[in-house]
Design a protein around this ligand. Structure first.
Ligand code: FPP
Length: 251
């Protein structure tokens, strides 16, 4: 897909380049509704959602935002009709295969987080290959949460730490926030400064429960397939108007 010029290729002048979020998390909600509103099958919304995600990645790179994490498939999404689950898993595989050359050209480093071992083996192989081939790209860090659940991630971290304590390699008083973070899927990433959720729902839905502790939350009624550069610009304007105190008071 070639992006249409929108007049927003450069950072808009009403945004402060020194106060941009360094890590953005996004819950891409509303694909099904977008398709149904047009009389299409729900899966058409997911297909259109991929174009939106690509354009958002490009926009982050153009505007100097170094990291984006997208919630592509939650541990709860297995409960959807099997045709939709199959479509999504096949879509991920196809997108990874078809977009690899563009990711290389655009310097995207892609990483997947979540319980990846439970994904189909052919998808796991495509994920491993894309992660390996893009590992030295420096343009933007793109993280895809797939078969991801925040509670499950926290429990996995607790188990790993408990195991080390049981084996006498760690004492309980060494367990602090920094150590805990090392056991999360996102150990290598800064916590998100901004969470964007499309299509109006005011929920976190088991996404990055630990990491979002101090994120600013921005919810828009726009459905994910319609979330374009203009909508992203509005989200960043709202973010820059927030007074981030991290639990402290203003001096
Ligand atoms: C939520 O909309 C969206 C999803 C569960 C899937 C999102 C996945 C993509 C856009 C593909 C990303 C691909 C890669 C390779 C990263 P919904 O179906 O819950 O919408 P609804 O609330 O209107 O039903």
């Amino acid at each position: 897909m070639i992006a249409k010029p929108t007049g927003l290729q450069k950072l808009p002048s009403d945004l402060d380049e020194n106060r941009l979020p360094q890590q953005i998390a996004v819950i891409m909600d509303g694909n099904g509704r977008w398709a149904q509103q047009r009389g299409f099958p729900r899966v058409m919304g997911h297909r259109k959602g991929v174009d939106t995600l690509k354009e958002l990645l490009r926009c982050c790179r153009d505007w100097g935002i170094p990291g984006l994490t997208a919630y592509a498939f939650s541990t709860e999404n297995w409960g959807r009709p099997s045709e939709e689950v199959d479509f999504l898993l096949t879509l991920f595989e196809r997108v990874l295969r078809q977009q690899l050359s563009e990711m290389m050209a655009e310097e995207v480093r892609i990483r997947f987080v979540g319980n990846l071992e439970a994904l189909p083996e052919s998808l796991q192989a495509e994920i491993a290959s894309a992660m390996e081939q893009t590992a030295n790209n420096q343009g933007i860090e793109f993280t895809v949460a797939s078969n991801y659940g925040g509670r499950q991630e926290i429990i996995a971290a607790c188990r790993a730490i408990a195991q080390q304590v049981q084996e006498g390699r760690l004492s309980p008083d060494q367990v602090d926030e920094a150590l805990f973070k090392q056991h999360l899927y996102t150990a290598h990433l800064p916590d998100p400064d901004l969470l964007i959720r499309t299509s109006g729902e005011m929920r976190i839905s088991n996404f990055l429960l630990w990491q979002l502790a101090y994120a600013e939350i921005y919810v828009t009624d726009t459905l994910w397939p319609d979330f374009d550069r203009h909508a992203f610009h509005q989200a960043l304007l709202a973010f820059q108007q927030r007074d981030r105190r991290f639990g402290k008071i203003r001096k």
